[in-house]
Design a protein around this ligand. Structure first.
Ligand code: PGA
Length: 248
């Protein structure tokens, strides 16, 4: 089954009104391929700005985080209803910086994912192992545990995109090799076949994330289980466009 190529840009806590406007203006001037789905995730403060400035029909906007409850007395949080109200259609959940620095649990991430999906957002669900976990040979076990927390409470995965992001590859310049990434993506898909069923597993896009840039993106081109990228640092730079075009 053909899965639509997908490129996400995670700006993290970077940028200002001026620099983010420049990024969007640059994207607006590009001839982007119609068949590539692009989602940019600015800091939540700038979602409104990006939604208003974006003129590209294939570029959508997402939040980087969402809460697991409706709007209410949750100081500092952002609810799914507000993200939608601002014009964004997506959110990330489970980014490793939230798992490791903010100490979000698998269960909490699963609840956020479910709440977001139930209220109309699409979700880029991030998973991945740390260097210690990789060295101990438990990469798949970790990814399976993170996925299982979600599949336990979410049965419809049609609005979920999985981003496999080995923690050791994020922001380090040390991307996984295309062969290693393909091997893990294949195992992730095989695991999903067991938990959410063959049809859904085959339809679910699995992105690779971790030090993807304008040069190395093309090396992943022929890997059958790599359906796109989640890009951090390079999504703030003009080379993001090369990543979007890397499958042409
Ligand atoms: P990076 O980040 O591309 O800067 O490695 C990826 C991510 O954290 O999503």
């Amino acid at each position: 089954m053909a899965r639509q190529f997908f490129v996400g840009g995670n700006f993290k806590a970077n940028g200002t009104k001026s620099s983010i406007t420049q990024i969007v203006e640059n994207l607006n001037t590009q001839d982007l391929p119609k068949e590539v789905e692009v989602v940019v995730c600015p800091p939540s403060l700038y979602i409104d700005l990006v939604v208003k400035e974006n003129k590209q029909p294939t570029v959508q906007v997402g939040a980087q985080n969402v809460f697991n409850k409706p709007c209410g007395a949750f100081t500092g949080e952002l609810c799914a209803e507000q993200i939608l109200d601002a014009g964004a259609k997506w959110t990330l959940t489970g980014h490793s910086e939230r798992r490791t620095i903010i100490k979000e649990s698998d269960e909490f991430i699963a609840e956020k994912t479910k709440y977001a999906l139930d209220h109309g957002l699409s979700v880029i669900l991030c998973i991945g192992e740390t260097l210690e976990e990789r060295k101990s040979g438990i990469t798949l076990q970790v990814c399976a545990r993170q996925l299982d927390a979600v599949s336990k409470i979410v049965s419809d995965w049609s609005k979920v995109v999985v981003a496999y992001e080995p923690v050791w590859a994020i922001g380090t310049g040390l991307a996984a090799t295309p062969d290693d990434a393909q091997e893990t993506h294949k195992e992730i898909r095989e695991h999903l076949v067991k938990t959410i069923g063959k049809d859904q597993a085959e339809a679910t896009r699995i992105l690779y994330g971790g030090s993807v840039n304008g040069k190395n993106a093309v090396e992943f081109k022929d890997k059958p289980d790599i359906d796109g990228f989640l890009v951090g640092g390079a999504s703030l730079k003009p080379e993001f466009v090369n990543i979007i075009k890397s499958r042409l």
